[in-house]
Write a protein that binds this ligand. Structure first.
Ligand code: C2O
Ligand code: CU
Length: 456
């Protein structure tokens, strides 16, 4: 606050800015805080009580962090909760020491303590940050936010909207979060689903729009387990990036857009609807389409639609891995309800508090799933031998799916694997460190579906 006042006064007085900036710089060596704390949020519709959440900086979702590509992000994480926590920067290819995984890359930050996150952001795009200590509970309680890395040449749009999709499991009378995060039913089935679905911390988000307005929509699935199946009405356009990484050319938006937990998609859309409303709709369990985000259309941004957008600029280091040289690895995904694991195997697992295994092991343990040398190309086949889909996420590096015809798909950090199917991904292990590899259905991750690779 003081710094802001100082700066303003200096500007008003017409002082030379350089000396003053330097002085402020010295006085304020501490990086900007990012504080985990309890807060109240109006998640449920008006008329319902506010919900007590765990938040970053008192807001739900946490503050939207925007950093220019290539800049340094510095945040002093301040833990004002009464449990240990840490912050993970999902999808950003950074130094292992800044990855925020308690127990693997750092110690969890105890209540009342701080940790300084400080890294350069190499890639432009849509990312997010969330707690990575007991994340099944901490993320469900609200500890997540958007991390936007801006291209030096941003695409030509009228507005840039970040839409963080989430769900919450609330008591219908009190609107408070259901406090049992370890229900065996959630752990062993699809995960913990909310009974209220919303966007940017609100049920039924409504935005204003003008006809022919061009919007960049950054969709982030921050839910613990829900796979969003989405469609657009009154909006038409292209998808231009997946999991932060630009596509070589804008592509038509699939009729049903699937966004698994932790996945992101960047869309550039024009408001083309004739009516008073456009919407992003979500397929519900009832097989009906529900409004996820509504756009109220009034006025006109231009007379006609604009030309198709140019592709987003590529990020550095997007060269496809050398498949011919790649070391083949296979990771079996087993366990869970209605799976093929024998009863006695399952009982053994449950005694350790787990329901799932990755590569035959429940939980990260002391030894990595794979020991890789820096620069080594890898192809990793996920064999989903369970009755559920799983959103497999690798920290620190993006991969490309090896498609059926042998071509490589777009770069992603999370791949949705389907029950009874196998999915192969390939990447170059070019980022040294201990990198978590886990299911982003966070109840699954907590119940065995966490592993890691070591790149040296
Ligand atoms: Cu979103 Cu282990 O991460
Ligand atoms: Cu899973």
């Amino acid at each position: 606050m003081q710094n802001v006042t100082l700066t303003r006064r200096a500007v008003l007085a017409g002082m030379g800015a350089t000396a003053l900036t330097a002085r402020i710089g010295n006085a304020a060596t501490a990086p900007t805080p990012l504080t985990a704390q309890r807060a109240m949020a109006q998640i449920a519709p008006e008329g319902y009580p506010q919900t007590e959440v765990w938040s970053y900086d008192g807001t739900l979702p946490g503050p939207q962090l925007r950093v220019p590509q290539g800049a340094r992000l510095q945040r002093r994480f301040v833990n004002k909760l009464d449990v240990p926590s840490s912050v993970h920067w999902h999808g950003i290819r950074i130094d292992n020491a800044m990855d925020g995984v308690a127990g693997l890359t750092q110690d969890a930050v105890p209540p009342g303590q701080t940790f300084d996150y400080d890294f350069v952001v190499p890639d432009a795009g849509t990312y997010w940050y969330h707690a990575h200590t007991n994340s099944m509970e901490q993320v469900a309680r609200g500890l997540s936010g958007a991390l936007i890395i801006e291209e030096p040449d941003a695409p030509d749009v009228d507005r840039d909207e970040v839409l963080l999709l989430d769900d919450w499991l609330l008591d219908p009378d009190t609107a408070q979060l259901e406090p049992d995060f370890t229900h065996p039913m959630d752990l062993s089935h699809g995960g913990r689903f909310g009974n209220l679905v919303g966007t940017n911390g609100h049920y039924a988000l409504t935005l204003k729009a003008k006809r022919h307005e061009r919007l960049r929509l950054r969709l982030i699935n921050a839910a613990n387990a829900r796979i969003f199946v989405l469609r657009l009405t009154g909006l038409s356009g292209w998808q231009v990036a997946l999991d932060g990484m630009s596509l070589p050319a804008p592509e038509p938006i699939p009729e049903e857009l699937i966004l698994a937990p932790a996945q992101r998609v960047d869309l550039i859309v024009d408001v083309t609807g004739d009516g008073a409303q456009a919407a992003i709709e979500r397929l519900g369990n009832d097989d009906q389409w529900h409004s996820q985000v509504a756009f109220e259309i009034s006025g006109e941004a231009s007379r006609t639609r604009r030309d198709a957008p140019a592709p987003l600029p590529p990020n550095p280091n997007m060269a496809p891995p050398d498949l011919a040289q790649a070391r083949p690895l296979e990771m079996k995904i087993e366990g869970g309800a209605m799976g093929r694991m024998s009863r006695s195997q399952m009982q053994g697992l449950m005694q350790s508090g787990n329901f799932w295994t990755l590569g035959g092991k429940a939980g990260p343990g002391d030894t990595p799933f794979a020991q890789l040398s820096k620069g080594e190309p890898v192809r990793l086949r996920f064999v989903n031998d369970t009755a559920f889909p799983h959103a497999m996420h690798l920290h620190g590096m993006h991969f490309r799916e090896v498609l059926e015809d042998g071509r490589l798909g777009p770069m992603r950090d999370t791949v949705l694997t389907f029950a009874g199917r196998s999915h192969e991904v390939a990447f170059t292990a070019d980022n040294p460190g201990k990198w978590l590899l886990h299911c982003h259905m966070l109840a699954h991750a907590a119940a065995g579906m966490s592993s890691w690779i070591d790149v040296t």
